[in-house]
Design a protein around this ligand. Structure first.
Ligand code: ADP
Ligand code: MG
Length: 339
């Protein structure tokens, strides 16, 4: 008697959902990326209970057409690419058409949306992947989506979540990094009753950093600037006064994608340490732009590790740029700020 069987559709969809939606922060990331792809200028995120019981995202983007609203929740349904050729010219954050399908398979979703071509909007309610309700309704331009009771139908996953406080912190980090890579969008973020931050959306990275880290960091941020025609670097690194006990205040973006890269991080920290004493970590937000062909991006949806074709050359460029940032400043960090 054979023992191999094909899984039922419900199990298949829950397994697939698990690959995209690991925790509340993955929901927040996917939904904000959809808002960005929709051309939003203002994105408002509200969470409760670390996002486990409630996530609400409101945007003023393109909205979704009445006829598309149900399709948007189907697996592999996307408006962003139409053929495999498009895979080599992706200009949006999403393209797999998996997020809404995955999210609605493991939560209770309500979505209200309206496009500028329509006077009336659409309301749709989807629970555990099933459409419960769909109707026309009055709505502002853009999309509001509410995700309730994440993993209500997959208790095994629910058990693996951290405390609401910890899940909330992970969400905060995700939104910060999306704000750092989209300074022209205004992000407002509320956790429970508390406004965590609101960015201006004035296309100024330093202002975005001040909105997130507080105005008091202003005097201690050094500008990093480099451009040789094929590699450009810009951003800010905190001087010794802003040095931290952890690496939680380090955000690196390559071609506007949040990434981790040990070589670049070592270049930044080693250059920082030539100007400072102690073993604390620098705070920084750095954008590196390069020819896409010289990086190897692991395209798995949740992996953020990348490799450069010539890591040693990148090390030197970044190291020198950080040194330059410190040497062109008027402050003398290790004398004035070392506690
Ligand atoms: P993907 O982003 O990979 O296309 P998603 O499942 O995240 O897949 O979304 C499916 C589709 O729903 C998108 O292609 C887009 O057309 C539409 N959509 C989702 N969220 C929004 C939004 N906030 N504003 C406008 N359209 C949206
Ligand atoms: Mg998406």
């Amino acid at each position: 008697m054979g023992r191999i069987r094909i899984l039922d559709d419900d199990t298949i969809s829950k397994i697939a959902a698990g690959e995209v939606v690991e925790r509340p922060a993955s929901v927040v990331k996917e939904l904000i990326e959809n808002s960005i792809d929709a051309g939003s200028k203002n994105i408002y995120v509200e969470i409760q209970d670390g996002g486990i019981s409630y996530i609400k995202i409101t945007d003023d983007g393109s909205g979704i057409d009445y006829d598309d609203v149900e399709i948007a929740f189907l697996r592999h349904a996307t408006s962003k690419i139409s053929s495999d050729e498009d895979l080599f010219n992706i200009r949006t954050l999403g393209f797999r058409g998996e997020a809404l399908a995955s999210i609605c398979a493991v939560s209770k979703v309500e979505l209200i949306t309206r496009t500028k071509e329509n006077d009336l909007g659409v309301f749709i309610r989807v629970e555990g992947g099933e459409i419960i309700e769909k109707k026309e309704c009055g709505a502002p331009l853009g999309t509001t989506i509410i995700v309730r009771d994440l993993f209500y139908n997959t208790p095994a996953r629910l058990k693996f979540l951290k405390s609401p406080g910890r899940e909330g912190t992970i969400i905060t980090e995700i939104i910060q990094n999306l704000a750092f890579s989209n300074s022209s969008i205004s992000f407002k973020y509320k956790n429970g009753d508390k406004l965590i931050f609101a960015t201006k959306g004035d296309d100024n990275l330093k202002n975005t950093m001040l909105s997130i880290y507080g105005k008091q960091v202003n005097d201690n941020l050094l500008e990093v600037n480099y451009d040789d025609g094929s590699v450009s670097i810009n951003g800010y690194i905190g001087n010794n006064a802003l040095a931290k006990n952890s690496r939680n205040y380090q955000s690196l973006f390559v071609n506007n994608r949040y990434v981790k890269n040990k070589t670049i991080n070592a270049a930044i920290e080693n250059a920082f340490r030539t100007f400072t004493t102690g073993d604390k970590f620098p705070m920084y937000v750095l954008h590196i732009n390069v020819e896409p062909s010289i990086i190897d991006v692991n395209v798995h949806p949740t992996k953020a590790e990348i490799k450069f074709q010539n890591e040693q050359e990148m090390y030197k460029i970044v190291f020198d740029s950080i040194k330059k940032a410190f040497s062109t400043t008027k402050t003398i960090p290790n004398i004035i700020f070392e506690p």
